[in-house]
Design a protein around this ligand. Structure first.
Ligand SMILES: *Cc1c(COP(=O)(O)O)cnc(C)c1O
Length: 372
């Protein structure tokens, strides 16, 4: 029986092959590889998708975070609040700028930054960088209120949450990336909207902030030969923009498919073993970049699934404060107990829009088989 991968980029390409090939060929023919029209077209389309005034294509999700922090003027002496349960790219740009990540523990059910924990550190930080982890928005209303009280800006790490929705108490719906001063997106190939290499984007409703990151992403340029600041080479390639524009046209459909698959998983896995399933959070509408379950037998279940031809994954096995790269900050096990438990117990099951019901049933059977 064929293996079930964690993500299937070949199946995604097959759906739009002709359109993608034609879009790439058009760039190759016009040779506007840097800052071509396709970048402007994609930026306009992505801003519309997110419901924001601006979207600015950049070289990667990490570059997006770097540029936003730089645009805020984060530097030596500053601390930035970062959740412990995330990919290391959330924290790295903070360190590049000479600032310090101030780690924050997470909610045990969602894995997202816990607003109550943020409260304890808010007085000491210059910015808050929550992550919409696994595709589920954080409780932005609470986090934004805490940050606003302290006069601290919020940048969303929306790398995993293209199209995810935040339903405010007054009923208005804001898409991820449209709530804070800026949203940072990754279009890494395996993300819900994935390019054919590294790519990213920054969304914002603030004209001044947009102008600043546009300038910083392209060598601090204001005109071809005038550089007003020492900037970065963080542009989005035209070829990637062309691919992304095509793939964006089916992103909402793909996200809807992921939600339907997640609902099926949750229905079919309810009550199995000691599994904790992803919570239902009507005000934070996930796009299920990952479908994460928790179990005390995580490693054994992972091995069992591999034997059954199912590729599961772990996002992420080591919380940031215990990463060797951050050992210099002096944290120890027990400092952030909720994030540490999450890291030990989390397991991501295969999820992508092209996953068939038959494949999903095979994953479910393999999980049920493990618990007997
Ligand atoms: C993927 C990811 C990033 C980094 O994005 P790249 O495009 O790989 O640089 C940052 N934060 C989170 C939470 C991510 O998942």
């Amino acid at each position: 029986m064929s293996k079930i991968p964690l993500v299937d980029l070949k199946a995604a390409y097959a759906r739009q092959k002709d359109e993608i090939d034609a879009a790439m060929q058009a760039v190759i023919d016009n040779t506007r590889f840097i800052q071509g029209q396709e970048v402007k077209d994609f930026d306009a389309a992505y801003a519309e998708f997110c419901g924001t005034k601006h979207s600015i294509g950049v070289g990667s999700g990490t570059a997006a975070l770097h540029l936003c922090l730089a645009a805020l003027g984060i530097g030596p002496g500053d601390e930035v609040a970062v959740p412990v349960h995330t990919f290391i790219a959330t924290a790295e740009p903070v360190s590049w700028l000479g600032a310090k990540p101030r780690f924050v523990d997470v909610d045990p059910e969602t894995g997202n930054m816990d607003p109550a924990e943020l409260k304890h550190v808010i007085e000491g930080v210059s910015a808050v960088l929550p992550v919409h982890i696994h595709g589920r928005p954080v409780d932005m209303e609470s986090i934004a209120a805490i940050a606003a009280d302290a006069g601290v800006p919020v940048i969303e790490d929306a790398a995993q949450a293209q199209g995810a929705e935040i339903v405010k108490t007054d009923g208005t719906v804001v898409r991820a990336g449209g709530y804070g001063i800026a949203g940072c997106f990754s279009f890494f190939p395996g993300k819900n909207l994935g390019a054919f290499g590294d790519a990213g984007g920054i969304t914002t409703n603030d004209d001044e902030f947009a102008a600043k990151v546009r300038m910083l992403r392209d060598h601090g340029r204001t005109t071809k030969y005038e550089h007003v600041e020492i900037g970065y080479a963080h542009r989005l390639d035209t070829l990637q923009a062309a691919v992304l524009k095509v793939k964006l046209s089916i992103l909402d459909a793909g996200n809807a498919a992921r939600r339907a698959l997640a609902a099926q998983y949750s229905e079919k896995l309810r009550g199995v073993g000691d599994l904790l399933l992803p919570p239902v959070t009507p005000n934070q509408v996930s796009v299920f970049h990952h479908y994460v379950v928790r179990t005390h037998s995580r490693d054994a279940l992972l091995a069992h699934l591999a034997e059954q031809g199912v590729s599961a994954g772990i996002h992420y096995p080591i919380p940031l404060h215990l990463q060797p790269a951050y050992a210099f900050l002096g944290h120890k096990p027990g400092d952030f107990p909720i994030g540490e438990a999450y890291a030990k117990e989390c397991l991501s099951l295969p999820i992508y829009p092209e996953l068939t019901e038959e494949q999903l049933d095979r994953v479910v059977a393999a999980v049920r088989g493990f618990f007997g």
